[in-house]
Write a protein that binds this ligand. Structure first.
Ligand SMILES: Nc1ncnc2c1ncn2[C@@H]1O[C@H](COP(=O)(O)OP(=O)(O)OP(=O)(O)O)[C@@H](O)[C@H]1O
Length: 274
């Protein structure tokens, strides 16, 4: 459905995205996982036409996507990292406005607005101004706005950053329901728990490049067996300092496992920088 071929984007001397290629199939829940600065936002911005690649190609259903005004883009929904909402309008007014931008009118518009509010659990706040919303509620409304025109592919750029657990769950439940109904997802995040929970195929991105790609099981196989061993240690400061001195990382309450270990193994660095 979506193919990125050798995409490259430089900011001056810095290569933000470096000959990146990936393929998202119809109905897939594809995760792009990488630390802050890996180049995820730059990649997504090129995909949605907000940035022009220096080189490379973006194909959607085999056709090249050309910039922001390409009619093919109507089949893509985009949830940007930055909120795109009018604070002085109510939730429903915001959705009606964005729906109208997509050319929806009358009963069809009203139905999509109703559906969107219900999907993200904001029906009872439909008439409240956005400025009274929490950050998480705004993010949920942002998601509803991206779905008004019934896209085939939904692209999400770190949609849960700074979101409270309740809103994060609401977003996840909405995405899981949408995926079950056949929507294709391209989900970027630096939280490995999120791709583990949501995605059936994952590309790990670092310094502008894809360093590994596959299902969770395939990625786990990249890990040498000795690296995935479980050991239990007392978490006193001396032990943690010793682990750090040997370049090992850990997780409180258990061994560090899964994609976190895969990332560490492939790049020598931790996914988390917070
Ligand atoms: N407008 C810009 N000008 C110069 N450098 C930029 C610009 N935007 C991004 N970069 C740099 O390009 C690299 C990739 O950034 P990008 O925002 O795409 O990464 P990211 O994986 O989305 O990270 P984040 O989660 O922080 O958004 C980073 O080194 C960043 O500092």
């Amino acid at each position: 459905m979506l193919e990125l071929k050798n995409l490259t984007k430089r900011y001056g001397e810095r290569v933000a995205v470096d000959r990146l290629s990936l393929c998202v199939k119809r109905g897939e829940r594809f995760g792009l996982l990488g630390p802050n600065g890996a180049g995820k936002t730059t990649t997504i911005s090129m995909l949605v036409g907000a940035l022009k690649p220096d080189s490379g190609e973006i194909l959607f259903h085999g056709e090249p996507l050309q910039g922001e005004t390409d009619p093919l883009k109507r089949k893509i929904g985009y949830v940007p990292q930055e909120l795109a909402l009018y604070e002085d309008l109510t939730a429903a007014e915001n959705l009606r406005f964005f729906g109208a931008v997509y050319g929806l009118v009358g009963a069809a518009l009203a139905e999509r607005v109703r559906y969107g509010l219900e999907l993200v659990g904001l029906t009872d706040r439909a008439k409240s101004r956005v400025r009274t919303f929490s950050g998480g509620m705004k993010r949920r409304l942002n998601l509803a706005a991206a779905l008004l025109h019934e896209p085939e592919l939904l692209v999400l750029d770190e949609p849960t950053v700074g979101v409270d657990p309740q809103s994060r769950n609401a977003i996840f439940e909405a995405l899981q329901g949408l995926a079950q109904n056949g929507l294709t997802l391209l989900y970027t995040t630096h939280y490995m728990e999120e791709v583990e929970r949501l995605c059936d195929r994952i590309a790990i991105m670092d310094q502008g490049q894809i360093v590994a790609e596959g299902t969770q099981a395939e990625l786990s196989e990249l890990l040498p067996t000795e690296k995935s061993r479980t050991i239990t240690l007392a978490a006193d400061d001396a032990t943690l300092a010793l682990l750090a001195a040997h370049g090992l990382s850990w997780r409180e309450g258990g061994e560090r496992g899964g994609l976190e270990s895969v990332f560490l193994h492939l790049t020598g660095r931790s996914l988390r920088d917070e």
